[in-house]
Write a protein that binds this ligand. Structure first.
Ligand SMILES: [Zn+2]
Length: 345
C-alpha cells in the first residue's frame, strides 16, 4: 500500500503551553481537527473562568486557515468546586477534568495529594458523565520510577473504580502491560490513550549508549515487553484504546541541560510515525479506528467530517528540523530510524 485515507484524526492528549510557545507549536497540530488540551500551565487552569480565558488565547493564536477545536480540561485540585465543574461541563466549555497526583510531572505541584479530598467533585462528575483524565503515577519517593504506573493502578485507580464505578476514567498515556491489562479487565467506564513515542521506544533507546534527553518523558519509557503490549493494544482494534500524543514541547535549552524537563514533542510527525507503526504490524486497516474513531466514541462526539491522506515513499524522508518558536527552538521527535510516511498536503 502506498496511500491510506482516513477520517481526520484527533489528539486526545496535547500540551500547547501558553504565550510565545503556544503560538509557535499550535500550527504543528494541523493534522488534527480537535485536541484535549492539558491544563498544567503556571498557574494551572483550575476554574471554568481559567478554561474560557485559555481557550480564547488558543483561538487567538490559531493561524489563518487552521481549523482546530481545542477541547478544554480543568486541573483538579483539592479545592476544586463541584458546582463550577458541573457548570463548565453543562455549557460545553469543558470536555474532561484532569487528575495529576501532586508532583507527578511538569507543573503538577498543585495536584491532588489525597483522593478522598476530591471525592465530592468526582461524585458529581460520575453523575453528569464527565470523564476524568488521569496521569496514572504515584509520587511516593519510595516507589521506583519504572513501577509508578503499576503501583498507581493498585493503590489509587483500582480502589477509586471500586468506590465510584460510574465515573468514566481515561487512563492517559498508558506505558505498561499492567495498564493495558487493567483496562482490558474493566467491563465499562474505563479507556486508555496511547502516545506515539511509547509505541516506538523502549528504555534502551532512552538509556543505552548515552542518555537521550529528547526521549525523556513522564511516565518514563518502559522496557520492551511493555512497549509490545502497548503496540498490541493500539493495533488490535479494541475501541477502548485511542491516540493521545502527549506532545509536550519544551525549548531545547530546557531539554539539553543539567535537569532535563519531561516531554517529547511529537505533534508535527505523530501521524506519519503512527502509520509506520501500524504498517509494521500489518494493521494499517486499523489505524483509522485508533486515530480517528475510538476517541470520539469515548468522548461522545461525532467523528470528523473531513479526511486526510497518508502517503508512503520508498525512500526515507529527511529527519525533521527543530521547530523555531518565539520561546526558542523545540526539537521534533526523531527516533533515529528511517521514516517512510508523510501526510499529503
Ligand atoms: Zn501530558
Amino acid at each position: 500500500m502506498t496511500e491510506i485515507t482516513l477520517t481526520r484524526p484527533d489528539d486526545w492528549h496535547l500540551h500547547l503551553r501558553d504565550g510565545a510557545m503556544l503560538a509557535g507549536v499550535l500550527p504543528a497540530s494541523r493534522d488534527f481537527a480537535r485536541a484535549i488540551v492539558m491544563p498544567n500551565l503556571v498557574p494551572p487552569v483550575v476554574t471554568a473562568k481559567d478554561a474560557a480565558a485559555y481557550r480564547a488565547r488558543i483561538l487567538a493564536a490559531l493561524p489563518e486557515g487552521q481549523a482546530f477545536e481545542p477541547l478544554m480540561t480543568l486541573y483538579l485540585t483539592e479545592s476544586t468546586d463541584p458546582a463550577d465543574v458541573a457548570a463548565a461541563a453543562a455549557s460545553g466549555l469543558v470536555t474532561a477534568v484532569k487528575l495529576y497526583p501532586a508532583g507527578a510531572t511538569t507543573n503538577s505541584a498543585s495536584g491532588v495529594r489525597d483522593i478522598g479530598k476530591v471525592m465530592p467533585v468526582l461524585e458529581r462528575m460520575a453523575e453528569i458523565g464527565l470523564p476524568l483524565c488521569v496521569h496514572g503515577e504515584v509520587t511516593d519517593p519510595e516507589i521506583d520510577i519504572f513501577d509508578r504506573e503499576a503501583v498507581f493502578i493498585e493503590r489509587v485507580l483500582a480502589p477509586l473504580r471500586e468506590r465510584l464505578p460510574e465515573l468514566r476514567v481515561t487512563l492517559e498515556h498508558v506505558t505498561t502491560k499492567d495498564g493495558i491489562d487493567f483496562i482490558l479487565g474493566a467491563e465499562r467506564n474505563l479507556a486508555g490513550s496511547l502516545t506515539v513515542h511509547h509505541l516506538i521506544l523502549n528504555r534502551n533507546h532512552l538509556l543505552v549508549g548515552g542518555m537521550r534527553p529528547h526521549f525523556y518523558c513522564l511516565p518514563i519509557i518502559k522496557r520492551e515487553r511493555h512497549r509490545a503490549a502497548l503496540v498490541a493494544a493500539a493495533t488490535g482494534g479494541d475501541p477502548r484504546f485511542f491516540l493521545g500524543t502527549d506532545s509536550a514541547p519544551h525549548a531545547k535549552d530546557r531539554k539539553e541541560c543539567d535537569c532535563c524537563a519531561a516531554g517529547v514533542f511529537t505533534a508535527p510527525n505523530a501521524m506519519p510515525w503512527l502509520a509506520q507503526v501500524f504498517e509494521t504490524e500489518g494493521a494499517l486497516d486499523r489505524l483509522e479506528g485508533f486515530a480517528s474513531l475510538h476517541g470520539p466514541a469515548w468522548y461522545r462526539r461525532a467523528p470528523n467530517a473531513d479526511r486526510i491522506t497518508l502517503a508512503r515513499s520508498e525512500d526515507p524522508l529527511p529527519a525533521p528540523a527543530a521547530l523555531e518558536t518565539g520561546a526558542g527552538p523545540v526539537i521534533v521527535f526523531d527516533p533515529g530510524i528511517p521514516l517512510h510516511w508523510r501526510v499529503r498536503a
